[in-house]
Design a protein around this ligand. Structure first.
Ligand SMILES: Cc1ncc(COP(=O)(O)O)c(C=O)c1O
Length: 183
């Protein structure tokens, strides 16, 4: 169990930060390349791009997915503000979606009721409780809702099957892992 609101910083973390701070290159140095390579390894993604925080990652992911003016982006009503704000910054309309009262997550049933009104949906794993991604993807695949950029075949949502829980790769919440567990 990962405690909410409690940091997990050990000597290894401190040594890694110290090495980066005292190295020749403070930004874009070898630690970044190693981190990106490790993200690819654990996620199975072909490419990974590290940014400074989860908010920036969300914005990049939305831009890559085509979120912008004239698009409606469904986000859980219970989530971190950046899930919605980054879509708004890009000129999209944000639609707040109900969440299941037990899990506080978006469910396939909830998405089913509103899928025709959305261009994108952004499920978020609330406080470590996993969203039913295959179920959500199945609903998305039956409509125009895109969870991720369209694949080469043009089928929305198909790529979600390749996104592992916690993967920071064009996923449903691209926030990098930090010291607390709302993701
Ligand atoms: C679900 C979710 N998305 C995005 C963010 C934003 O991450 P950051 O604070 O690193 O910008 C957070 C931060 O808590 C979050 O919980």
């Amino acid at each position: 169990m990962i405690g909410y609101g409690r940091q997990h910083i050990d000597d290894h973390d401190i040594a890694a930060v110290t090495a980066a701070l005292t190295g020749d290159m403070l930004t874009c140095g070898p630690a970044i390349e190693a981190f990106e390579a490790e993200l690819c390894r654990i996620s199975g993604a072909a490419h990974a791009v590290v940014v400074s925080n989860g908010t920036s990652a969300l914005k990049l992911m939305y831009q890559a997915a085509g979120v912008g003016p004239g698009k409606r982006v469904g986000v859980p009503a219970v989530t971190f503000v950046a899930t919605a704000s980054q879509a708004m910054l890009l000129g999209a309309e944000v639609v707040l979606l109900d969440v299941d009262p037990q899990s506080l997550n978006l469910t396939p049933e909830i998405l089913e009721r509103c899928r025709e009104h959305l261009d994108f949906v952004v499920p978020v794993h609330f406080a470590g409780r996993l969203v039913d991604l295959p179920g959500i993807a199945a609903v998305a695949a039956r409509s125009t809702v895109g969870m991720t950029p369209r694949t080469r075949s043009g089928r929305p949502g198909a790529m979600i099957w390749r996104v592992r829980i916690g993967a920071a790769v064009m996923g449903v919440s691209a926030a990098p892992r930090r010291s607390h567990s709302i993701r």
